[in-house]
Design a protein around this ligand. Sequence first.
Ligand code: ACO
Length: 699
Amino acid sequence: MTEADLKYLFSPRHVAVVGASHREGKIGYTVMKNIIDSGYNGKVYPVNPKGGEILGKKVYRDILSINGSVDLALIIVPASIAVNAVEECAKKAVKFAIVITSGFSEIGNIDAEREMVKKAREHGMRILGPNVFGLYSASAPINATFGPSKVRPGNIAVISQSGALGIAMIGKTAEENMGLSTIVSIGNKADITEADIMSYVFNDDITKVIFLYIEGLENGRELMELVKKKPDNMKIVAIKAGKSKVGARAVASHTGSLAGSDKIFDAAFKQAGILRAESLEDGFNWVATLAACPKPAGKNVVIITNGGGIGVLAADACEKYGVGLMNDMEVLNKTFGDVIPKFGSYKNPVDLTGQAGGDDYKEALEKALNEEDIHAIIALYCQTDMTPLEPLKNTFREMQRKYGNRKPIIYSLFGGEGTDKIIEELKGDGIPAFYDVEDAVSSLNALYKAHEDGKKEKRESLDIDESRIKKVIENVAGDGRTQLLGTEAKEVMVAVGLDVPPFKVVKNIEHAVNTAEEIGYPVVMKVISEDIVHKTDIGGVLLDIDNEKEVIEGYEAIIRNCRQYAPNANIRGVEIAKMVPDGVETIVGITTDPSFGKVMMFGLGGIYVEVLKDVVFRVAPVSKREISKMVREINSYSLLTGVRGESRKDIDSVIDTIYRIGILADKFPEISELDINPLVVYEKGAKVLDARISIEVKK
Ligand code: ACO
């Protein structure tokens, strides 16, 4: 479906309300009233077999008896007759039906829902719902919802998976004086999906910010792909309900067991450039700020205040959120030196002191707004009895009018009824104003985050030996196995171009001795068997083998231990590998998420990986730029940069490893789980000591 296809859903020329009610308080009455009250200028046809008049409009006994054309029908009759009503609309060549009626797939009534869509499609009609609250669209304008009647038109699109919350959001946006381009819930998505709606909104020429409420996402990857198509200057804030962990899944990797669905949501949203708000309150604040402010030209923020206390609170909040305060004293002095009283301070926070009123703020703000090296302003006001509030409000309005398109200015006013009233009025003018300093700073931070550079990177061409990997995987699948042997996994790692210490499989003592000598001491010996998972625990692994005698004894011991503790295990031989020095142990992995598909993990590795859980995720494939952000996100990142005089480790080779593994995941979708643990990182280079790979064998 293209955006053009939804045009008459958002800008219907004429509408019918099937199930329009004569009785006040009923949904069919409220929807009629809201449509009329919203100033909709097309024809509104109420449909009800009882006939008569509703809100001064002639009622049609059925939709087919309407003479004119109808683009949109609201269906507000009980579920038992809704399918029939939809079919009648389709026969009338109505383009869209919004089915408000509940009682379909959400309660297991799936057949009726399918039947409804089938009937609609037979005549080319599309359905929004069922089980939705209707739709508000500023482009019509039309408020065809049973929510609050007053909706301010504006540039924010609210798309909600939850109907009840969607209705509450209409009320909240009204309370916050927020202007909407549309508000829509997608209900059971029997036909039109959120992807269809978003594609339309991306190109509707009104919307600047999308506020997305998500309860669950069956196909997260589809959303990420879709979001790539949004215009660069359109921003998305999302609230994802339920921070639940994914239920216990049978996975063979650390990566799989550490990947809670919520962490993946976080990562995916970050990658897609969607801002994830933790609370509705934050979401509303951020959306209002993004809708009002331009992209900041740089990181230099100045706080202008009349009170030292709130100035410090704001500065603390800036530190907490990582918002950069301008500290170039020369620029600050040049800008504010003349406007600050002797007992004030031009240091940032710039303190105009307690007696400052509208004119003082005007002078200071105007200077800051005209200074090229200042990129964003947080203006704070603490109510005093020294100055009237009216001139202050006028100053803020004037600044917004004159400079609001060029530089972000965010306000926070603290006091009583008077300042609260100003905040409401400023919000009504689309100016970001908050009661709480912290909200102002968090919103400015969201603005910075939303405008972070998301440039796409070209994929590098890499020396990956695909045919070798294919051969290994085919061999494993041919054996009917889903788990690669350690040595097979290492062979894949070599083919991916990673540094794996030399290793070989041996099947007798003589071969073991020759191989150890060829590789060079010290070596590691490890049993190879798909039937023995915890090899160390049963004495199947020996480290630091230094000479021929130890190889012979070691070989015998490994075979003896395995025969004793796992008598039925298929022992394929013993691996001899070069023993390498200690370094920082990390983990790199792949898992498969039901909603987002292949997901990459990086973290602190070794034996405590599941205890420390110091890991981060990204949806594959990942660009090198994104990987370098990912690597910096782990708590123990300083181990890589060098603690207590230790040298810096080769972070570039970690990035390269993750990049290569991402490409492996992309090229070989049959790899469902993978762990490199540990990937040992040195001053120069990183080595794969152990790897595990699971594949999904196609039936
Ligand atoms: N064509 C047109 N109108 C008809 C027809 C027909 N074939 N048959 C009956 N009607 C009229 C009725 O006469 C009635 O009008 P009246 O009030 O003037 O008598 C009107 O249609 C409504 O019919 P009722 O039987 O009175 O149904 P009621 O209004 O009680 O319920 C409704 C209908 C609202 C669709 C209900 O079935 C329903 O689904 N409610 C839930 C709605 C909902 O919450 N949706 C999800 C929103 S999002 C969220 O989660 C909040």
